[in-house]
Write a protein that binds this ligand. Sequence first.
Ligand SMILES: *Cc1c(COP(=O)(O)O)cnc(C)c1O
Length: 231
Amino acid sequence: MGSIANNLQEVKRRLSSAALAAGHDPAAVRLLAVSKTFGADAVRQAHAAGQRAFGENYVQEALAKIAALADLRPGIEWHLIGPLQSNKTQAVAEAFDWVHSVDRLKIAQRLAERRPAWLPPLQLCLQINISGEASKSGVLPEEAAALAQAVAALPRERVALRGLMAIPEPAGDFDAQRLPHRALRQLLATVNARGLALDTLSMGMSADLEAAIAEGATIVRVGTAIFGGRS
Ligand SMILES: *Cc1c(COP(=O)(O)O)cnc(C)c1O
Protein backbone atom coordinates (compact mmCIF):
# COMPACT_ATOMS: atom_id res chain seq x y z
CA MET A 1 0.00 0.00 0.00
CA GLY A 2 1.15 3.53 -0.71
CA SER A 3 0.39 6.62 1.32
CA ILE A 4 -3.22 7.52 1.99
CA ALA A 5 -2.95 10.37 -0.52
CA ASN A 6 -1.62 8.04 -3.22
CA ASN A 7 -4.23 5.40 -2.45
CA LEU A 8 -6.97 8.01 -2.70
CA GLN A 9 -5.70 9.07 -6.09
CA GLU A 10 -5.67 5.48 -7.30
CA VAL A 11 -9.22 4.86 -6.02
CA LYS A 12 -10.42 8.04 -7.73
CA ARG A 13 -8.77 6.87 -10.93
CA ARG A 14 -10.62 3.53 -10.65
CA LEU A 15 -13.87 5.36 -9.93
CA SER A 16 -13.50 7.69 -12.91
CA SER A 17 -12.59 5.02 -15.40
CA ALA A 18 -15.47 2.80 -14.21
CA ALA A 19 -17.90 5.71 -14.52
CA LEU A 20 -16.66 6.64 -17.99
CA ALA A 21 -16.81 3.00 -19.12
CA ALA A 22 -20.44 2.90 -18.00
CA GLY A 23 -21.24 6.22 -19.67
CA HIS A 24 -21.74 8.00 -16.35
CA ASP A 25 -20.34 11.32 -15.23
CA PRO A 26 -17.53 10.53 -12.74
CA ALA A 27 -18.68 13.55 -10.70
CA ALA A 28 -22.03 11.79 -10.13
CA VAL A 29 -20.34 9.01 -8.13
CA ARG A 30 -19.32 10.11 -4.64
CA LEU A 31 -16.45 8.47 -2.83
CA LEU A 32 -17.09 7.65 0.82
CA ALA A 33 -13.81 6.86 2.59
CA VAL A 34 -14.52 4.14 5.18
CA SER A 35 -12.27 4.94 8.12
CA LYS A 36 -13.50 2.36 10.65
CA THR A 37 -10.71 1.02 12.90
CA PHE A 38 -8.33 3.75 11.68
CA GLY A 39 -7.54 6.71 13.90
CA ALA A 40 -8.26 10.40 13.61
CA ASP A 41 -4.77 10.91 12.15
CA ALA A 42 -5.59 8.75 9.13
CA VAL A 43 -8.81 10.69 8.56
CA ARG A 44 -6.88 13.95 8.86
CA GLN A 45 -4.41 12.76 6.20
CA ALA A 46 -7.23 11.84 3.84
CA HIS A 47 -8.92 15.17 4.51
CA ALA A 48 -5.67 17.00 3.76
CA ALA A 49 -5.59 15.11 0.44
CA GLY A 50 -9.03 16.51 -0.41
CA GLN A 51 -11.38 13.77 0.84
CA ARG A 52 -14.48 15.15 2.55
CA ALA A 53 -16.91 12.27 3.25
CA PHE A 54 -16.06 9.53 5.76
CA GLY A 55 -17.92 6.34 6.68
CA GLU A 56 -17.89 4.73 10.12
CA ASN A 57 -19.39 1.44 11.37
CA TYR A 58 -19.22 1.64 15.14
CA VAL A 59 -21.00 4.49 16.88
CA GLN A 60 -18.71 4.81 19.93
CA GLU A 61 -15.55 4.74 17.84
CA ALA A 62 -17.03 7.26 15.42
CA LEU A 63 -18.12 9.70 18.13
CA ALA A 64 -14.59 9.83 19.54
CA LYS A 65 -13.17 10.49 16.07
CA ILE A 66 -15.78 13.11 15.24
CA ALA A 67 -14.92 14.93 18.48
CA ALA A 68 -11.19 14.71 17.80
CA LEU A 69 -11.73 16.21 14.35
CA ALA A 70 -14.22 18.90 15.35
CA ASP A 71 -11.86 21.54 13.97
CA LEU A 72 -12.49 20.21 10.45
CA ARG A 73 -16.21 20.98 10.62
CA PRO A 74 -18.06 22.00 8.55
CA GLY A 75 -15.70 20.84 5.78
CA ILE A 76 -16.09 17.16 6.65
CA GLU A 77 -19.10 14.86 6.38
CA TRP A 78 -19.78 11.81 8.58
CA HIS A 79 -21.78 8.80 7.37
CA LEU A 80 -22.88 5.94 9.63
CA ILE A 81 -22.76 2.72 7.60
CA GLY A 82 -22.88 0.16 10.44
CA PRO A 83 -25.76 -1.25 12.47
CA LEU A 84 -27.66 1.21 14.62
CA GLN A 85 -29.43 0.31 17.86
CA SER A 86 -32.21 2.48 19.17
CA ASN A 87 -30.31 3.46 22.34
CA LYS A 88 -27.70 5.21 20.14
CA THR A 89 -30.10 7.21 18.00
CA GLN A 90 -29.74 10.41 20.05
CA ALA A 91 -25.97 10.59 19.64
CA VAL A 92 -26.17 9.61 15.98
CA ALA A 93 -28.86 12.20 15.21
CA GLU A 94 -26.65 14.88 16.74
CA ALA A 95 -23.28 13.90 15.26
CA PHE A 96 -23.77 12.44 11.78
CA ASP A 97 -24.78 13.84 8.38
CA TRP A 98 -25.93 10.55 6.85
CA VAL A 99 -27.12 7.13 8.08
CA HIS A 100 -26.98 4.36 5.43
CA SER A 101 -28.12 1.53 7.67
CA VAL A 102 -31.78 2.23 8.48
CA ASP A 103 -33.57 -1.11 8.49
CA ARG A 104 -36.76 -0.43 10.45
CA LEU A 105 -39.23 2.37 10.91
CA LYS A 106 -38.64 2.75 14.63
CA ILE A 107 -35.00 3.74 14.07
CA ALA A 108 -35.95 6.33 11.46
CA GLN A 109 -38.67 7.72 13.75
CA ARG A 110 -36.23 8.10 16.61
CA LEU A 111 -33.66 9.76 14.38
CA ALA A 112 -36.33 12.20 13.21
CA GLU A 113 -37.42 12.97 16.78
CA ARG A 114 -33.85 13.51 17.91
CA ARG A 115 -32.38 15.41 14.99
CA PRO A 116 -31.61 18.88 16.37
CA ALA A 117 -33.70 21.58 14.68
CA TRP A 118 -30.63 23.74 13.97
CA LEU A 119 -29.01 21.07 11.78
CA PRO A 120 -29.95 20.25 8.18
CA PRO A 121 -32.05 17.10 7.77
CA LEU A 122 -30.24 13.83 8.45
CA GLN A 123 -29.81 12.04 5.10
CA LEU A 124 -31.03 8.42 5.21
CA CYS A 125 -30.67 5.26 3.16
CA LEU A 126 -32.47 1.99 3.78
CA GLN A 127 -30.15 -0.97 4.11
CA ILE A 128 -31.42 -3.82 1.95
CA ASN A 129 -30.60 -7.48 2.52
CA ILE A 130 -30.02 -7.92 -1.19
CA SER A 131 -28.37 -11.33 -1.07
CA GLY A 132 -31.18 -12.59 1.15
CA GLU A 133 -29.01 -14.26 3.78
CA ALA A 134 -30.82 -14.87 7.03
CA SER A 135 -27.89 -13.68 9.15
CA LYS A 136 -27.28 -10.31 7.50
CA SER A 137 -28.89 -7.09 8.59
CA GLY A 138 -31.09 -5.07 6.32
CA VAL A 139 -34.71 -5.18 5.25
CA LEU A 140 -35.82 -7.79 2.73
CA PRO A 141 -36.29 -6.45 -0.82
CA GLU A 142 -40.02 -7.19 -0.79
CA GLU A 143 -40.43 -5.02 2.32
CA ALA A 144 -38.43 -2.07 0.97
CA ALA A 145 -41.20 -0.12 -0.75
CA ALA A 146 -43.50 -0.05 2.29
CA LEU A 147 -40.65 0.94 4.60
CA ALA A 148 -39.51 3.64 2.16
CA GLN A 149 -43.00 5.13 2.04
CA ALA A 150 -43.23 5.19 5.84
CA VAL A 151 -39.78 6.77 6.26
CA ALA A 152 -40.45 9.31 3.52
CA ALA A 153 -43.55 10.42 5.45
CA LEU A 154 -41.48 11.49 8.49
CA PRO A 155 -40.89 15.24 9.02
CA ARG A 156 -38.71 16.41 6.14
CA GLU A 157 -36.99 19.14 8.09
CA ARG A 158 -35.54 16.35 10.28
CA VAL A 159 -34.84 13.39 7.99
CA ALA A 160 -34.56 13.06 4.21
CA LEU A 161 -34.82 9.60 2.68
CA ARG A 162 -32.29 9.50 -0.15
CA GLY A 163 -31.99 5.90 -1.33
CA LEU A 164 -30.91 2.33 -0.77
CA MET A 165 -27.73 0.70 0.52
CA ALA A 166 -26.53 -2.90 0.30
CA ILE A 167 -23.54 -5.03 1.27
CA PRO A 168 -23.73 -7.98 -1.15
CA GLU A 169 -22.01 -11.30 -0.58
CA PRO A 170 -18.48 -11.21 -2.03
CA ALA A 171 -18.43 -12.58 -5.58
CA GLY A 172 -15.51 -13.59 -7.74
CA ASP A 173 -15.75 -12.05 -11.17
CA PHE A 174 -17.11 -8.82 -12.53
CA ASP A 175 -20.29 -10.30 -14.01
CA ALA A 176 -21.17 -12.08 -10.76
CA GLN A 177 -20.44 -8.90 -8.79
CA ARG A 178 -22.86 -6.94 -10.95
CA LEU A 179 -25.91 -9.07 -10.15
CA PRO A 180 -26.70 -7.87 -6.61
CA HIS A 181 -25.92 -4.29 -7.60
CA ARG A 182 -28.30 -4.61 -10.53
CA ALA A 183 -30.95 -5.99 -8.17
CA LEU A 184 -30.53 -2.96 -5.90
CA ARG A 185 -30.82 -0.56 -8.85
CA GLN A 186 -33.99 -2.31 -10.00
CA LEU A 187 -35.38 -2.19 -6.47
CA LEU A 188 -34.78 1.57 -6.37
CA ALA A 189 -36.81 1.88 -9.57
CA THR A 190 -39.61 -0.20 -8.04
CA VAL A 191 -39.66 1.98 -4.93
CA ASN A 192 -39.66 5.16 -7.01
CA ALA A 193 -42.55 3.82 -9.09
CA ARG A 194 -44.62 4.12 -5.89
CA GLY A 195 -44.29 7.88 -5.99
CA LEU A 196 -40.90 8.51 -4.38
CA ALA A 197 -37.91 10.24 -5.98
CA LEU A 198 -34.93 8.57 -4.32
CA ASP A 199 -31.62 9.41 -5.98
CA THR A 200 -29.00 7.42 -4.06
CA LEU A 201 -27.56 3.93 -4.54
CA SER A 202 -24.93 3.31 -1.85
CA MET A 203 -23.14 0.23 -3.14
CA GLY A 204 -19.65 -0.95 -4.03
CA MET A 205 -16.58 -1.39 -1.82
CA SER A 206 -12.84 -1.86 -2.45
CA ALA A 207 -13.25 -5.18 -4.26
CA ASP A 208 -16.33 -4.44 -6.38
CA LEU A 209 -16.60 -0.71 -6.91
CA GLU A 210 -16.30 -1.07 -10.70
CA ALA A 211 -19.22 -3.51 -10.83
CA ALA A 212 -21.32 -1.26 -8.57
CA ILE A 213 -20.60 1.80 -10.72
CA ALA A 214 -21.46 -0.17 -13.86
CA GLU A 215 -24.90 -0.69 -12.28
CA GLY A 216 -25.39 2.92 -11.29
CA ALA A 217 -23.86 3.38 -7.82
CA THR A 218 -23.99 7.01 -6.70
CA ILE A 219 -21.94 6.46 -3.51
CA VAL A 220 -19.16 3.88 -3.25
CA ARG A 221 -17.89 3.03 0.25
CA VAL A 222 -14.17 2.28 0.14
CA GLY A 223 -12.01 1.37 3.13
CA THR A 224 -9.17 -1.07 2.47
CA ALA A 225 -8.07 0.45 -0.84
CA ILE A 226 -7.60 3.82 0.87
CA PHE A 227 -6.46 3.09 4.43
CA GLY A 228 -5.03 -0.43 4.08
CA GLY A 229 -6.06 -3.74 5.62
CA ARG A 230 -7.84 -3.95 8.96
CA SER A 231 -6.60 -6.34 11.63
C1 LIG B 1 -16.04 -1.92 6.01
C2 LIG B 1 -17.17 -1.52 5.12
C3 LIG B 1 -16.92 -1.00 3.84
C4 LIG B 1 -15.54 -0.87 3.23
O1 LIG B 1 -15.07 -2.13 2.87
P1 LIG B 1 -13.64 -2.32 2.13
O2 LIG B 1 -13.71 -3.68 1.59
O3 LIG B 1 -12.61 -2.14 3.19
O4 LIG B 1 -13.55 -1.27 1.09
C5 LIG B 1 -18.01 -0.58 3.11
N1 LIG B 1 -19.27 -0.67 3.58
C6 LIG B 1 -19.54 -1.18 4.79
C7 LIG B 1 -20.94 -1.26 5.26
C8 LIG B 1 -18.49 -1.63 5.58
O5 LIG B 1 -18.78 -2.15 6.78
